[in-house]
Design a protein around this ligand. Structure first.
Ligand code: ADP
Length: 161
């Protein structure tokens, strides 16, 4: 069975993330979408909120499971018997970051590969932080996050003002 892990902060999840999840679910038998808990990174949405949103938008994908972890992603992947870690690659900043992560991961476990997927054209410039900024400054996020989450994400971000 081919198993992949797609880790991230998903703070909040965007159409870019969902696109990567849907495309990955076509390639692998089982995909773990993992909210990675990083105590050094402050997030707006709680882990439970992020997992709940991910579960709802992936309910149509029967080979996708949503989890969270405090472990190093590479160790989590090994524990889940995954052969591949999936990441999205938007630009050269992502590229540099991903190359560094890959180097560390290789030192820990050479058997787990990293696969990078380019975003679909509509999502190239999309990031969770730009979604948060757009809401704070009154911009429209309707085409950037899954439809069923638009109002919830807006309300939640506005409550932080
Ligand atoms: P970020 O890195 O923006 O804080 P995440 O940690 O939630 O966001 O990202 C998880 C993964 O999803 C990363 O590999 C990131 O590059 C990828 N990703 C984020 N936004 C997009 C997008 N719009 N299209 C494709 N991949 C994306």
């Amino acid at each position: 069975m081919r198993i992949a892990v797609y880790p991230g902060s998903f703070d909040p999840v965007s159409n870019g993330h969902l696109d990567i999840i849907e495309r990955t679910s076509k390639i692998f038998d089982l995909v773990y979408v993992v909210v990675s808990i990083n105590p050094l990174k402050s997030t707006l949405f709680t882990v439970d909120e992020r997992m709940d949103m991910l579960k709802r938008i992936t309910s149509h994908l029967h080979n996708v499971q949503v989890e969270c972890t405090k472990e190093l992603v590479i160790n989590y992947a090994q524990r889940k018997q995954a052969s591949v870690i999936i990441r999205g690659l938007r630009n050269t900043l992502d590229y540099q970051y991903e190359m560094t992560l890959f180097s560390y991961n290789q030192k820990i476990n050479k058997d787990i590969e990293t696969m990078l997927l380019f975003p679909s054209a509509d999502n190239l410039f999309l990031s969770s932080s730009s979604i948060k900024e757009l809401v704070i400054f009154g911009g429209n996020i309707d085409s950037y996050v899954p439809k069923m989450l638009v109002d919830e994400i807006k309300t939640r971000i506005q409550s932080q003002k």
